[in-house]
Ligand binder design. Sequence first.
Ligand code: 5AD
Ligand code: FES
Length: 365
Amino acid sequence: MVFDELLNKDALSVQDIVFLLQCKGDEEKKLFAKSESVKKRHVDNIVYLRGLIEFSNLCRKDCNYCGIRKSNLNIDRFNLTDNDILQAAEFAFKNRFGSIVLQSGEIQSLAFTKRVVKLLDKILKLSNGQLRITLSCGEQSRDTFRQWLEHGATRYLLRIETSNEDLYYKIHPHDKFHSFEERVEALNNLKLLGYQTGTGVMIGLPYQTYEDLANDLLWIKKMDVDMVGMGPYLEHSGTPLYKFKSNLMPQTERFQLSLKMIAILRIIMKDINIASATSLQAIDKMGREKAIKIGANVLMPNITPGMYRNSYKLYDNKPCTDENPEDCKSCLEWRVSITNNIIAYGGYGDSQHHSHKRGSTLRKI
Ligand code: 5AD
Ligand code: FES
């Protein structure tokens, strides 16, 4: 089949996607031109900002890739005060970011659930309900998800990391804290409760094949999520997967493959929100902007107070850890403008996919 026909097919098969993931040169350019036009048509050249607040690196889990895993004793553990978190939220509100993401390691306790409830109440109050709040605090019980929703969180990010269950257990310990089944169940609970639900995968993991990545994209589509964040896997010296460092695809290839994953995702899920992951920027200084150009429409500037950023290193060479939020803002505007996109200041950027789904459910009833 000619390449152009493949790009215009209604439904892509695993083999089609594997082929697209391996394309190079002119074909790669065509893929990116196609995803760019799908983006323009369906979500426009508009970028929504989410102020990212990494409020604690305490974590009960031991993911084999992650720098803040429980067994890594070589990092300072921190937990921002409520005041620090509220100040960061206020910064986002005053600078018209439209939304924030509260992200942390995974803690499951009554105290943690209540703390987040209290923070949600206070953030909604300080912003007169004009900041959308996304949570990214790992797997939680359905009841905890419900409480947070009732207190104003409307979006939740929980990456599946890989949709291949065997690979899942190679990159996570196989124990009661790390269950593929429970992760999927948590995602389904989020969807059922009505959250705008986000997931995503890492790209270029040890053992991962092109078929795995193609299946990831089809899995994400089947899950019918509203938001996706995905980026290259980056090694961290304090983790078990570090030993595979020399067997991995070079970082520049992982980067290019991530762009192709984003482009294909935009083509197969036209109206979802796609975040441009920070890990793209760790490999290429203009990495996030390149992703915006070919399909992503969400940027998550880190607004965590500077002194804590060094301790939230999920991978080595994490960018921007020594800048303050103000610095990040001005350089961001310039970066977005050169991709022919504009920042929607004050725009919530709710997932169109989510409202389209709701619309069709209402119509059916
Ligand atoms: N490289 C790239 N991404 C990582 N994450 C965690 N560790 C790494 C790493 N070493 C991603 C995971 C997680 C998100 C918060 O960060 O996908 O869900
Ligand atoms: Fe914290 Fe993976 S190490 S959730």
